[in-house]
Ligand binder design. Structure first.
Ligand SMILES: [Zn+2]
Length: 131
């Protein structure tokens, strides 16, 4: 997926973790090949956009600690379903991702999001500079 290259650092790692979980979820639910699974691709695309626009940027807390609820209700429901299903199954195929995900859930609850810290904002700024 080409869009993946837009994210960096922590946001990219988080996206890769979500992607790995969706793969497990999609396969187990017999949706067929994930690259052809419209429902899961749509979810991934949505998750990607939310990460790109997360106002905390690289300081992003885990979603369940975040005071900004940026997911639409039905996408949030799907995210929860995927995490509950695939989270515990991550340890064997992706131990490092799984452990990092668990540890990142232990941080403090952040305050108000900073201004102009989203990946999207920084990327646009970078693009403007190189033009
Ligand atoms: Zn699927």
């Amino acid at each position: 997926m080409a869009t993946q290259e837009l994210l960096q650092g922590k946001l990219l790692r988080e996206f890769q973790t979500i992607q790995a979980m969706v793969e497990i979820y999609c396969r187990a639910h017999k949706h067929g090949d994930m690259s052809d699974c419209q429902a899961c691709q749509e979810f991934l695309q949505y998750a990607h956009t939310r990460l790109d626009r997360c106002p905390y940027g690289q300081e992003k807390p885990t979603c369940n600690k975040c005071p900004v609820h940026c997911y639409k209700p039905h996408m949030k429901e799907k995210a929860r379903e995927i995490m509950i299903f695939a989270g515990p199954k991550m340890l064997l195929p992706h131990p490092i991702m799984a452990i990092r995900h668990l540890l990142s859930g232990r941080g403090d609850i952040p305050g108000k999001p900073p201004l102009h810290q989203s990946n999207r904002h920084l990327r646009k700024q970078q693009e403007a500079k190189t033009e």
